[in-house]
Design a binder for this molecule. Structure first.
Ligand SMILES: [Zn+2]
Length: 375
């Protein structure tokens, strides 16, 4: 598999030093799309409804993707997400068609990492890839209020403690995926210029191409990294391991129709057009989706004697900004249960005091009635 890909890469672009990188890339990808990748597809007998027949995890209770109901999320002020190396252009970046998607691997002096937010620990870049549909009305995996976007970017990171993506699959907090939705804009997005151009060189499955000017991760994502949904879920392809902390950013990336259309020209392993590669949404079950916001949300201790003060929400940061000292003030993530801040008691101040007021309204008449009855 690696040999074929490497040959493909050399055949399409210059290959100085690229083959080693590509072999490493394929090895990494094989973790997330295991040896039996040919056993799954998106239609018919290989389609998502049959994945569970070979991969038990695909029938689990905490699967991805999901539909996120924005009216049924818990608003929170999580510690700032910390992005390192996102603004560094890699030495080498490769684009590969693996028959299911196109994925990007990079060789950089500064490996991008992400930490903070809902994460406990530092997560290291593995690869990024895309999901899309037959036309511009659908294609994303997660949905927001039953709305599908035309495409979705997944940037996959593994927890550094676990050394690599393969080992990380064995731990419930092994991976995090930064997800970005796409929307259609009238004009081409210049940041995706060479990317779209290279798609024409990897139309056939197992071909690779190398960027002349490798883009930094920052150039490929949205600007607003503060507003996001987060929940515990799974890989959206077999083996569907439930090891992913999903972070779905609210602000979409803009591409033109022609740029998204270029993805639909790719072919799968059988040489058929790869016009769609998204999994249907799965039941939310007992999970709670958090929405990180910059609105002031105060964590209140109901047993405290002193009423809470307003205006102590946690500030959030942007790229390459270190976490603040109060970043550890939220409950630490428990890797065994994965029940951390998203299931904690973070409720807007107004809601708490409304409850207190309501309780008083009920209790005072009762006490009065009780006194009267004794008399
Ligand atoms: Zn994906």
């Amino acid at each position: 598999m690696a040999t074929r890909s490497c040959r493909g890469s050399c055949g399409t672009r210059s290959c100085s030093g690229g083959c080693f990188m590509l072999i490493a890339s394929i090895l990494v990808l094989s973790v997330l799309s295991p040896a039996r990748t040919q056993d799954f597809g998106y239609d018919g007998a290989k389609g998502p409804s049959h994945w569970g027949e070979q991969y038990n995890s695909c029938t689990g209770k905490h699967q991805s993707p999901i539909n996120i109901n924005s009216l049924d999320v818990k608003k929170v002020n999580l510690p700032p997400l910390v992005f390192q190396g996102f603004d560094v252009a890699p030495k080498e970046t490769n684009l590969t068609n693996n028959g299911h998607t196109v994925f990007v691997t990079m060789d950089s002096e500064v490996t991008p990492t992400v930490s903070g937010g809902p994460l406990n620990g530092v997560y290291e870049y593995s690869q990024l890839h895309f999901h899309w549909g037959d036309n511009d009305t659908f294609g994303s995996e997660d949905m927001i209020d039953n709305h599908r976007f035309p495409m979705e970017l997944h940037i996959v990171f593994f927890k550094q403690d676990y050394q690599n993506a393969r080992t990380a699959l064995n731990y419930p907090d092994g991976l995090t995926v930064l997800a970005f939705f796409f929307e259609i804009a009238p004009d081409d997005n210049p940041m995706y210029g060479e990317f779209i151009e290279l798609l024409g060189n990897v139309t056939e499955s197992h071909l690779s191409a190398r960027f002349d000017v490798p883009p930094s991760l920052k150039e490929l994502i949205a600007d607003d990294l503060l507003h996001y949904y987060t929940y515990d879920g799974s890989l959206t392809t077999p083996p569907c391991s439930e090891v992913v902390t999903w972070i779905d950013f609210k602000e979409p990336i803009l591409l033109s129709h022609a740029q998204v259309q270029a993805f639909r020209a790719l072919k799968d392993e059988d040489g058929h057009p790869l016009t769609h590669n998204f999994r249907p949404v799965q039941p939310l079950g007992d999970r709670v989706v958090l929405f990180n916001t910059d609105e002031m949300i105060k964590q209140v201790d109901l047993d405290a004697d002193v009423p809470p003060e307003v205006g102590e929400g946690v500030d959030t940061n942007k790229l390459d900004t270190p976490a603040k000292s109060d970043a550890g003030s939220l409950p630490a993530k428990d890797p065994s249960s994965r029940k951390h801040p998203r299931n904690g008691a973070t409720v807007p101040v107004a809601s708490r005091w409304s409850l207190l007021t309501a309780a008083m309204v009920l209790l005072v008449p009762l006490m009065f009635y009780s006194t009267i009855a004794k008399c």
